[in-house]
Write a protein that binds this ligand. Sequence first.
Ligand code: UD1
Length: 419
Amino acid sequence: MQKLIIKGRRELSGKISISGSKNATLPILAASILSNQVKIKNVPLVKDIFTMVELLNFIGLKAKIIKKKNTIEIKNREKNINTLAPYKLVKTMRAGVLVLGSLLTKYRKAKVSLPGGCAIGTRPVDLHLFALKKLGAKIKIKDGYILAQAKNGLKGAVIKFPSISVGATENALLAAFKAKGKTILKNCAIEPEIKDLIKFLKNLGANIFLKGRTISISESKIKTTKITHHVIFDRIELGTYMIASALLAKKNLTIDKIDPKIIKSELNILKKIGVQIEQKKNSIIIKRAKKLKKINILTKPYPGFPTDLQAQLMVILTQAKGISRIKENIFENRFMHVPELKRMGAQIQIKDKTAIIKGPTKLTGAEVMATDLRASVSLVLAGLIAENRTIINRIYHLDRGYEFLERKLKKCKAIIKRV
Ligand code: UD1
């Protein structure tokens, strides 16, 4: 099994370019089932994307990754279509469940494996099924699979989500595309990745309108001509490197291929704790922070502070003076990085949903274990600032979502290697 070895306390200098967003690419790939021909650019070359492409090919589409161009080309010749998403593919990547909405729209039936729980929480799909049922789908659960059918097609409806879910909003959007009449989705997730999906669907012919947390969709016709989409940048990767830069930049570090307008809450939080950030149109410059201040925050759906940056923020707060608190509001078990950070010297206590972080503390290298995608990268950040050597085990989690992590860090003079 591969490990990462990091020699800490190296100053970083240079520039980091941010990749395309994994969480935007995945639903767009699921949406491409609706089309005949698409080209998706700025795709990150990470494991979850490869798995989704495998799933599309399993379904019968012809999906090809052109690695040199970070592009995926997909054709649907409508031959030998399998409306099935098998367990072996969905279990490693929950977003596989998003093909449900597209398959129902296009083929009026689908059999999709239940994704099951994962390390950070139980992560049910009841909200996805709630929306699909409201649109008229008949749904049964059998042998670990969701069996969905809409013999006469789906019908528009007014649906208010009882709580906000990114995946359920995406699945509902995909299912509502051709639903008869009009669909109004209320209390939706409005993450930038959802807006990117809406952009893709509009390009594909959808009549979609977003206002606040309400999305209206009128019955739409799918374009048969080829469409091209450029995926939005990965705001979580950006947040991760902003934190690395604030902690370790020799003087400052430039991060480009981004849009600072999209990450207002992240910028506000970092500024509040004392990070100096210069914003440009498509880049930002982060200065090494001299004094970091404590903060109390809670994770929330967008535009709030993202749960996907909670573990990374915790690392920078170990270096802030005073007692900081982070309340994890989205997932019930997302503090698995805490015992590992404590082994490196961090002083963190968990009380219910809140992590209490005392700083500043000197971190020292240790052998640690990655438990999920974002927890893994928080250990990389901790390793970069720790004294001596840190060894991170189970880094396959990192490969699910961070494109060229070592290459990007090495280019900025970090000492990090994979063995
Ligand atoms: C997406 C992101 C993930 C991020 C999360 C929250 C992708 C591929 N993944 O995951 O990186 O951490 O949003 O920003 O985009 N829930 C239910 N029932 C459901 C669906 C969700 O109770 O049917 C709960 C979840 O358990 C969780 C909360 O709702 O507590 C939010 O989950 P959701 O927004 O659906 O996350 P994902 O779409 O799975």
